[in-house]
Design a protein around this ligand. Sequence first.
Ligand SMILES: Nc1nc2c(ncn2[C@@H]2O[C@H](COP(=O)(O)OP(=O)(O)OP(=O)(O)O)[C@@H](O)[C@H]2O)c(=O)[nH]1
Ligand SMILES: [Mg+2]
Length: 251
Amino acid sequence: MIEWGMISLILPTYNEAKNIPLLVPLVSQFLAEIKHEIIIVDDNSPDGTALEARKLSRAGFPVKVIVRKYERGLASATVRGFEASKYPILAVMDSDLQHNPKYLPLLYKAIQNGAQMAIGSRYTKGSAFDNWPLHRKLISKLALLVTRPLCKVKDPLGQFYMVRKDLIKDVKFEKKGLRLSLEILVKMNFTNVVEIPIKLEDRHAGESKVLSFKSAFKELKMTLVLYLWKYGRYIPQILKQGIYNWAIKGL
Ligand SMILES: Nc1nc2c(ncn2[C@@H]2O[C@H](COP(=O)(O)OP(=O)(O)OP(=O)(O)O)[C@@H](O)[C@H]2O)c(=O)[nH]1
Ligand SMILES: [Mg+2]
């Protein structure tokens, strides 16, 4: 029997020391009625993010801090958080205040009402991100087009979601790339995903880590890995293995 009122929220961080002292109290405010833990997975940020996280823990917030010394990467950090979680609903959001924690109760409600996964969606009726420059909107739309044959969800790429842990416990994650939500959706092929419209805010402090040609190329390679996962049975095994080895290398 799953106790639905319990959420493990994973906050992956890299240089978010100025953001998490604002974000964590807001999360706890919006989740005040729901038992929760906040797992901060920090990749040894030089700006002292882990120190700030530990301060929050000492101040009484339900914060667990994991520092990875020898690993980097958003997807693998999120999976590390999943592994350390103790509650049956997993939640993931950015730590830079782009994802407003006011949506957490809505995502939770969708799960309570039977959704296998609930997504804070930038591309469903009622969503907004007016503040984005045109070129970012175009890149984002292009990325969505590329993923369209992989899953039907309108926004599989934004990293703001809740998912039932029991459903994804056997997924073998690649632990590469940035968009773990896409990997979950492709590998699980869920039939009941609810998209909650969100307004995407501007990053509060600090700098984006993912906005570069290098990470866009890596994301394309990771998407290719997921294409192989979904459609690889249509090509010879040896070719599939070769493409996989090339794509996964350097991610
Ligand atoms: N642990 C860990 N967290 C990361 C890593 N890269 C990014 N993050 C975190 O993942 C979240 C999203 O990263 P951002 O750089 O904000 O990416 P984004 O929101 O897609 O891009 P912007 O809109 O430009 O901010 C933030 O909370 C980051 O701190 C990483 O290598 N390791
Ligand atoms: Mg961001």
